[in-house]
Each structure stands twice: as structure tokens, then as C-alpha cells.
Write a protein that binds this ligand. Structure first.
Ligand SMILES: CC(C)(COP(=O)(O)OP(=O)(O)OC[C@H]1O[C@@H](n2cnc3c(N)ncnc32)[C@H](O)[C@@H]1OP(=O)(O)O)[C@@H](O)C(=O)NCCC(=O)NCCS
Length: 154
């Protein structure tokens, strides 16, 4: 049996060397700022964000972030590196950050928003107990229709 060790830790500028393949992936570029690795890491440590590298056996396998786009509103975001997909990485990471967020902050709920055609992201939302809350029409910043899922504090 192979035991896989998953861990979250804050992004570090020294992770930049491992970030080129995931940040160049068109699927990831749809979901995060298209920046070179060092600038991308700096953008993730901005105020109002709690962003973590997902490490699998010590190597970068993904990203998960808790954002506060507006006061009182919280949202989770994520990506998994292509080589690590469909192996439970995002489901694990979103569950971890959700539990941490409800324990640390006083929010009543966290939102998860994805393009309607992003079936993988919809599956992650369902897997982590984020229930479909609304269908969102296209918006200048988000040209595709979307799904808003919400998980409420237990
Ligand atoms: C969406 C994404 C993060 C999923 O990551 P992942 O690590 O492969 O997801 P997991 O392995 O944890 O899978 C979680 C669930 O989603 C399902 N799933 C994952 N990829 C899927 C796919 N392509 N199609 C259908 N279901 C999928 C899994 O089967 C699992 O379902 P379960 O409830 O039966 O266990 C990954 O595909 C990705 O990084 N995509 C590009 C970036 C992106 O879209 N980010 C989200 C923006 S909102």
C-alpha cells in the first residue's frame, strides 16, 4: 500500500521554481490571475486572502485560497496541477480550508463560484458539501454563466 501525505502551507517565494507548469495550464489560467510565478505568489499573499500550497509528498500538487472579495463575504478558490488531478487533492484541500476557516473566523457561510461548464469544479463543490445556491448570468469580469455554491457553518 502506498501512503500519500498531503499538507497545506502558506505559499513561499521559493515555490516559484515549481509553478511554471501549473500556471501555464490553460485550465488553471481560466481560474486565477495570469501572472508569472513570483508575481502570482505575491498576489496570493495580498490582504484579504489566505492562500496555501497543497503539497503531496513534499511537492506542489495544488492551491487553495480563502478570499474576502467584499467585507462580510468569503469565497474559496482552488486548482490542482494536471499531474495530480482526480486523486482527491482538491476535495481534501477544500475540506481542510473550510474547516480551518469556520474554526478561525466568525463567518456564517463560504461561497464557491465556478463556470457552469466546469464540471470538475462542480463535483469538488458537491464533494465538499457546498450546495448549489444560484445560477449566475454572464458578467463583464466573468463572461461565462456560473454556479454559486454555498456551505453554511454547521
Ligand atoms: C477542478 C479541479 C480543481 C479538481 O481537482 P481534483 O484534485 O482533480 O479533484 P478531486 O480529485 O479532489 O475530485 C473531487 C471530486 O470531483 C470529481 N471530479 C474531479 N475531476 C472531475 C472531472 N473532470 N469530471 C467530473 N468529476 C470530476 C471527482 O471524481 C471527485 O468526486 P467524488 O465526490 O465522487 O469523490 C481540477 O480539475 C483543476 O485544477 N481544474 C482547473 C482549475 C479550476 O477549474 N479550478 C476551479 C475554478 S472554480
Amino acid at each position: 500500500m502506498r501512503v500519500v501525505a498531503l499538507m497545506l502551507r502558506p505559499w513561499d517565494p521559493r515555490d516559484a521554481g515549481q509553478l511554471r507548469p501549473p500556471l501555464d495550464d490553460p485550465a488553471v489560467r481560466r481560474s486565477t490571475s495570469p501572472l508569472p510565478p513570483h508575481a502570482w505568489i505575491a498576489s496570493q499573499t495580498a490582504e484579504g486572502r489566505h492562500a496555501f500550497a497543497v503539497l503531496r509528498d513534499g511537492a506542489i500538487a495544488g492551491h487553495v485560497v480563502l478570499k474576502r472579495p467584499r467585507p462580510g463575504q468569503w469565497e474559496v478558490g482552488y486548482w490542482t496541477a494536471a499531474h495530480a488531478r482526480r486523486q482527491g487533492v482538491a476535495g481534501w484541500a477544500v475540506e481542510q480550508i473550510t474547516g480551518w476557516a469556520f474554526a478561525r473566523f466568525a463567518m456564517a457561510s463560504i461561497a464557491l463560484i465556478h463556470d457552469v461548464d466546469n464540471l470538475a469544479s462542480c463535483a469538488v463543490a458537491r464533494h465538499c458539501g457546498y450546495l448549489l445556491d444560484a445560477e449566475l448570468p454572464p458578467h463583464p469580469s466573468y463572461p461565462q454563466p456560473g454556479h454559486r455554491h454555498v456551505r453554511h457553518r454547521a
